[in-house]
Design a protein around this ligand. Structure first.
Ligand code: PA5
Length: 448
């Protein structure tokens, strides 16, 4: 049997007692039960809970369409924002070559669009696409989000001019609501292949639907392994009421106790830059789920050792309001060893023969000790290896931890009402129909 991920809380014992964690994890079982019984806030958005078992029904079709896109193109542009993009990017970047142009799977590159409205980004992208044989996956549950809608309008125009309308239609896939939204109508009108995003699954909990699975499959990653990993995580979290052995209960309880102990900021730490986007996904998951009603832990992230030379100083000695959650990968395949140098000019011969991974691990252990001694509690999430199976475990583990943690905080972890505020102002400034009056008021305010 394969090992599972686990949570180690020894690094918080100087700040909260392990007995407190055990007691709080026990209380957290109640929140897990509320979640499973569908009686808590946001209970119409719980479809993700059963995705590990249900996702398999679509795997064959997803793989078929992924194969088609890979056969007609060598690049896929994934258009989406927030939960309609971060999960796919998190997994793809974690499992791809560090240098995109030398991807292990050299046959297919994934490029992202629709996650900003920066003119230079789009101009650069359109320039790159001039020289690419590409396909497009456009993802938006609402089908009306402005960033991906604008990007898709531009890319659709480009792909149709480049390949002609019917070839373009053959290489565009839309993932959206079953019936509602502009993207659904556009897809039907143009005859695109489509996948549905279930009503009861919100964006940031949708990685294990076609939202995440199709781009991940197009990138050449085994989505069956990802789903198997999620299944294993469901067994040790969702289906496990033992507070001593359920890592989601332990993690949710510990981070909430740390919040109560005056630590409102959690930093996700990696020592593998490939996990940068995994932390971006995690930040959205926890930030949108918990940050409401004046509550929540602020999720931040760092890539170590890089950021030890920038934010390391603050973490070690700045305001003592932080705690860290380290994604600790047990083994990395032996690829690079330090060579011996005859003259030892750089005085590194003491490292000769060592794997770079061993040096990175020493940096990790040394950092954890320094930070805990410096007043920063550290939770470790131990991951046997960086592959699709364990990413599947991590995704489900963090999703269910987040839902339990949201319930501990007494918020609805499945809505995001605050996201609308900036949109209203932007629409008013852009004179979107229906926003004219608000636009007038805003312009008056800006004059003052
Ligand atoms: O988690 C969420 O619900 C959000 O981040 C959405 O995924 C994001 O706003 C994109 O929405 P949509 O898929 O409707 O374009």
């Amino acid at each position: 049997m394969k090992e599972n991920i686990n949570v180690n809380v020894n690094g918080v014992s100087d700040f909260i007692s392990l007995e407190e964690i055990a007691a709080h994890s026990k209380l957290a079982v109640r929140h897990l039960e509320t979640l499973l019984s569908g009686t808590g806030p946001g209970n119409d958005f719980l479809g993700w809970l059963r995705l590990p078992e249900n996702a398999g029904t679509q795997t064959a079709r997803i793989e078929k369409i992924a194969k088609h896109l890979r056969s007609v193109s060598n690049t896929t542009v994934v258009v989406g924002i927030g939960g309609s993009y971060l999960g796919a990017r998190a997994v793809i970047e974690a499992l791809s070559h560090s240098f995109p142009h030398h991807q292990k799977d050299k046959n297919h590159e994934i490029i992202y669009a629709g996650h900003n409205v920066c003119e230079e980004y789009m101009a650069d992208l359109l320039e790159v696409l001039e020289h690419r044989n590409y396909s497009v996956i456009v993802i938006s549950k609402s089908g009306t989000t402005m960033e991906p809608a604008i990007a898709f309008r531009l890319i659709k125009d480009h792909v149709e001019r480049k390949f002609g309308k019917s070839v373009a239609a053959d290489r565009i896939v839309a993932i959206t609501d079953a019936t509602k939204g502009a993207l659904r109508s556009l897809a039907e009108l143009n005859g695109y292949e489509t996948f549905e995003i279930p009503d009861d699954i919100g964006g940031r909990y949708s990685v294990l639907t076609p939202v995440g699975l199709l781009p991940i499959a197009v990138a050449g990653i085994d989505i069956r392994e990802l789903i198997e990993g999620a299944k294993a995580a469901a067994a040790i979290t969702r289906d496990n009421k033992d507070p001593q052995k359920n890592p989601a209960l332990i993690y949710a309880a510990t981070r909430n106790l740390l919040l109560q102990a005056g630590k409102p900021l959690e930093i996700m730490v990696n020592f593998h830059p490939k996990l940068h986007y995994f932390a971006e996904w995690w930040k959205q998951l926890f930030g949108e789920s918990e940050g409401k009603e004046g509550k929540g832990i602020f999720p931040a992230s760092v890539d170590f050792t890089t950021d030890l030379h920038s934010l390391g100083q603050y973490i070690q000695e700045g305001q003592r309001i932080l705690f860290e959650t380290v994604l600790s990968i047990k083994s990395s395949p032996a690829k690079v060893k330090i060579p011996v140098e005859k003259d030892d000019q750089d005085q590194l011969n003491y490292l000769a023969g060592k794997q770079l991974g061993e040096i990175n691990k020493s940096a990790e252990i040394g950092t954890i000790i320094a930070h805990t001694e410096g007043g920063v509690p550290v939770i470790s999430v131990n991951i046997p290896s960086l592959d699709a199976y364990y990413l599947g475990q991590l995704i489900y583990f963090f999703e269910i931890s987040c839902a339990i943690s949201g319930y501990i905080l007494d918020v609805n972890p499945f809505d995001q009402p605050g996201v609308e505020a900036y949109k209203k102002n932007m629409f008013a400034l852009l004179n979107k129909p229906g926003y004219e009056e608000a636009g007038k008021k805003l312009r008056e305010k800006l004059k003052q």
